[in-house]
Design a protein around this ligand. Structure first.
Ligand code: MIC
Ligand code: SF4
Length: 642
């Protein structure tokens, strides 16, 4: 009794540990998903673990990110993933099928299951009542090989949605409103569990928009109850048999409750360059725009696009504006082709891309210099769109569509009566892009010439001594540490080549600094490593000799990626010590292994002669992994991940 929904699901899948906040637990993994930009590492790591079979109920390998094929590299990665999928009996989703999170919700989402995905927006599955957690690739590989996932028991925060939405207020506006209140650090080490009358009203795709952007709050995951809306969605997907009702007990105890009054939410936007830089459209004013991009795993649903089509129908996109549409899945694209919505968008002047991530990860459609781009996506970090001096505003599909017509940021309420799109009687479910594998262990793995071995850490030395290579500010993203765009995504399987671009949004010579010093330490501010789950943001620094990151605080996935790679993540006890450090200072940690085990690590600055205290917030198992030089060395020593 008195249990939250999250606690109920965790208890039902618990393999190890106690559900005390902050303690390490292990849960059974029912499902995994990978996408291609992180997936190559996952399957290289699975191979390196010598796993013969996988232990999940279902695992799916999607190709949705690296879809531009300007050279052989991306296509080689696709072939590699497809061959690994055949070997292990993993379902393969061909390029063109759509975005992993959208497709997974449609075809595999199952209330009460635990899903681990090598993408930070895996919590999209929380919209259907799954405990869906984004993680680094190695954790997904372990999830497949051993059927378990380790995490620190998060706090459970109840987000209670009260009241009623005003017309034209979409799910995107609700989550932007929450981001404005709680900030990009607001959900760190927490599961956000939605409840209240306002939650019951939301459809599964709307809920998924909200849980998707829980990633931007830094949350471990976000989840909605499984209720009549969930059943309704599953029925329309032809999968009612996986439904089970799931909810918190009425008197459930939470670590914190945040009440959001939906009546207060108005159409809004996240302004450049952070998803929490939120203001109402009114406050921002009718700024002139150059590009509008609609789609992504946040707003790639059927009703999102149908609303856009209804707004565009019979009208014309503003002459200055380039409107780009990237559907969330092939099923949605097919339905829109059949019902005429696609024709409405095309005749209004929309540019159509294949179903996939596309411009969201900078794979094409970079806006012009100094452009203002409105996007229905989830991240607007500087440079992510491919144009360093562009300003990206995150908005709802309704705001995006009406603004594309007027050429300026426009409140959709100006259109008069709200548009209501009923969910389709039944969703399309085309088989064309799926390869449903059964395991074929003798399948040869296809390794294109761009696929290079990944770096592996080395045992922790007794005395760690290295200079500060770089000192960053707060909220450094993984897009800063290891940028991704159309030029760099093809290098995701080639860590040496990627290393030329490490930290390139902050400094141009990080690789040279690292090579000169041979090994080094990075100093960060608050929320270091927020954003993507890409373990390249740990593996590339590892390749360049980074041995430790000392920061005011870390984003969850990045911290565990550092541990998996064998890089020490240490947190300043006193944030003022951050101020006393300069690039080039030589730092020393004596008896590094022992100090890690105690969780308290003294760092001596041999340049200034001052020392300061840091904390290692990882678990006992994390400390053991770091001593061994990362997760793979730890596993090779015979230590079980389970
Ligand atoms: C993103 O949105 O940043 C990505 C690209 O989907 C990443 C994964 C990656 O870097 O490959 C994510 O969110 O985890
Ligand atoms: Fe793809 Fe963008 Fe979603 Fe990442 S955030 S999975 S790049 S659509």
């Amino acid at each position: 009794m008195k249990k939250s929904l999250s606690v109920k699901i965790i208890e039902s899948r618990l393999v190890n540990g106690n559900l005390r906040k902050g303690e390490e637990i292990a849960v059974k993994v029912n499902q995994t998903l990978t996408q291609d930009s992180t997936g190559t590492m996952v399957y290289l790591q699975l191979e390196a673990m010598d796993a013969d079979t996988i232990q999940t109920d279902s695992s799916v390998a999607y190709v949705d990110h690296n879809m531009l094929q300007a050279g052989f590299e991306n296509a080689d990665d696709h072939a590699f993933i497809q061959s690994a999928a055949a070997k292990y009996g993993i379902i393969f989703s061909k390029p063109g099928n759509g975005i992993c999170h959208q497709l997974h919700l449609e075809r595999f989402g199952k209330p009460g299951d635990v899903l681990i995905g090598s993408d930070s927006h895996t919590p999209t599955g929380g919209g259907i009542g799954m405990l869906a957690i984004g993680s680094g690739g190695l954790d997904v590989a372990v999830g497949m090989a051993q059927g378990t996932y380790h995490l620190k028991m998060p706090g459970i925060v109840n987000i209670r949605l009260e009241g009623k939405r005003k017309p034209w207020v979409s799910a995107k506006d609700i989550i932007l409103h929450i981001l404005g209140k709680l900030t990009v650090k607001g959900g760190v080490n927490a599961i956000l569990e939605y409840s209240g009358p306002g939650a019951a009203d939301l459809t599964v795709p709307e809920r998924a928009t909200i849980t998707n952007m829980g990633a931007e709050l830094g949350a471990t995951t976000s989840i909605f109850p499984s209720d009549d809306m969930t059943l309704d969605f599953l029925e329309r997907q032809g999968r009612a048999e996986v439904y089970q009702p799931l909810a918190a007990d009425p008197d459930a105890i939470y670590d914190e409750t945040v009440v959001i009054s939906l009546d207060e939410v108005t159409p809004c936007a996240a302004q450049p360059h952070s998803p929490d830089n939120v203001a109402s459209l009114d406050a921002i004013g009718p700024i002139s725009i150059d590009q509008v991009a609609i789609g992504s795993c946040t707003n790639g649903s059927y009703s999102d696009f149908m609303k856009v089509a209804a707004i565009l129908k019979g009208r014309k996109v503003h002459p200055r504006v380039s409107l780009v549409i990237s559907p969330g899945s092939s099923n949605i694209l097919q339905m829109m082709a059949e019902n005429g919505a696609l024709a409405d968008m095309i005749s209004a002047g929309a540019r159509l891309l294949e179903a996939g991530c596309g411009p969201c990860i900078g794979m094409g459609q970079a806006p012009k210099s100094g452009a203002v781009s409105l996007r229905t996506f989830n991240r607007n970090f500087k440079g992510r769109c491919g144009t360093m001096d562009a300003g990206v505003y995150l908005v709802s599909p309704e705001t995006a569509a009406v603004s594309a017509l007027t050429g300026k940021l426009t409140d959709p309420t100006s259109l008069g009566e709200d548009i209501r799109i009923p969910e389709p009687e039944s969703y399309a479910n085309s088989e064309g892009y799926w390869v449903k594998n059964t395991p074929r262990p003798d399948t040869p793995i296809e390794m294109g010439p761009n696929i290079k071995p990944f770096p592996i850490g080395s045992e922790l030395e007794t005395t760690l001594e290295a200079p500060v290579l770089l000192k960053t500010g707060d909220n450094v993203t993984t897009d800063d540490i290891m940028p991704s765009n159309a030029a760099l995504l093809p290098l995701r399987s080639n860590i040496p080549a990627l290393s030329n671009h490490c930290f390139s949004t902050i400094v141009s010579d990080f690789r040279e600094r690292a090579q000169k010093a041979n090994k080094g330490i990075v100093v960060g501010g608050d929320n270091y490593g927020q954003g993507s789950s890409r373990e390249h943001a740990a593996l590339v620094p590892l390749y360049l000799g980074v041995r430790a990151v000392i920061a005011k605080s870390f984003a969850r996935i990045h911290q565990s990626n550092l541990v998996n790679a064998g890089i020490l993540p240490l947190t300043f006890d006193n944030p003022e010590d951050y101020e006393n450090l300069s690039e080039g200072d030589m730092l020393q940690i004596e008896d590094a292994g022992l100090q890690l085990e105690r969780g308290l690590v003294t760092v001596i600055n041999t340049t200034t002669g001052k020392s300061f205290q840091t904390t290692f917030t990882g678990s006992v198992r994390d400390a053991a992994m770091l001593k061994a030089g990362g997760a793979l060395n730890y596993a090779a020593k015979g230590a079980s991940h389970a």
